[in-house]
Design a protein around this ligand. Structure first.
Ligand SMILES: [Zn+2]
Length: 258
């Protein structure tokens, strides 16, 4: 609560925020510009000012005021103009003051992102997913297993314990997949068909002789290479899963010129 003292300590002031790159996604359709003004009358952290505009802190990689980079705890006490940048924009002079990491390649996704989860697992990424998980469970898995949180729930992304996370802009799972690869710089880490789409455990190659009694007659004849999930024992082979998935992989890679 504000005390009488703090009210007389700080005169009302205005903060201008300029959101760069795709951060305007969070400003809403009514805002057709990337600038937001906030009137304040007490000392406020820049993190709280940013989130009051609807932009979750894990989406902001660099905060610049008066030519200096500052962190989320920076206290705003007078008129000021801030520039906010998302990850992925080049700014060599501030290389060391970035607020986000792009070295995480393990994720936890919320219950609405089942198709994105499947795509990421297809590419070999470790994605924890439980369609029944509540917010508390998602945050617990994120913290305990050092995963980045993927969710379109911006309130959840604003939770204080979230260090690394991302809100997919698109509602299309294939476009979301491209966004995540871009945000976390995953293109070189793609290892298709190494992870179970159902349970997220790694796959291992298995000799045909070891599973032959489980195969359908035609599969026995036409396929030689098999992989088995180390978690749920699901068997994968080229005929059942690869053609469609190869096509999807090709489309995803096409976005990166590869
Ligand atoms: Zn499995």
């Amino acid at each position: 609560m504000r005390t009488h003292e703090s009210l007389i300590d700080v005169k009302p002031f205005t903060v201008c925020l300029h959101f760069h790159g795709n951060l305007d996604f969070f400003l809403g359709l009514r805002t057709h510009c990337k600038n937001v003004e906030r009137s304040l009358s007490e000392k406020t952290s820049i993190k709280d000012v940013i989130e009051s505009c609807g932009v979750p802190h894990p989406e902001v990689d660099l905060i610049v005021v008066n030519g200096e980079a500052v962190d989320f705890d920076y206290g705003v006490v007078s008129d000021a103009q801030f520039d906010l940048y998302p990850p992925g924009i080049q700014y060599p002079q501030f290389r060391k003051q970035r607020l986000q990491v792009d070295t995480i390649s393990r994720f936890v996704t919320d219950g609405h992102l089942g198709k994105l989860t499947r795509n990421l697992r297809l590419l070999g990424f470790d994605v924890a997913y439980d369609p029944q998980a509540g917010d508390r469970q998602l945050l617990a898995v994120m913290e305990r297993e050092n995963r980045a949180l993927l969710t379109r729930d911006r309130r959840l992304l604003m939770h204080a314990v979230v260090k690394t996370g991302y809100c997919p802009r698109s509602q299309d799972p294939d476009e979301q997949t491209v966004e995540v690869i871009r945000r976390f710089d995953l293109i070189r880490l793609i290892a298709p068909f190494t992870r179970c789409l159902r349970c997220n455990a790694p796959l291992q190659e298995i000799a045909k002789a070891d599973i032959i009694e489980k195969l359908e007659p035609l599969t026995k004849i036409y396929y030689e290479q098999f992989r088995r999930c180390t978690g749920c024992s699901q068997i994968y082979w080229a005929g059942s899963h690869f053609p469609k998935l190869q096509e999807r992989l090709k489309q995803i890679r096409a976005n990166f010129g590869g």
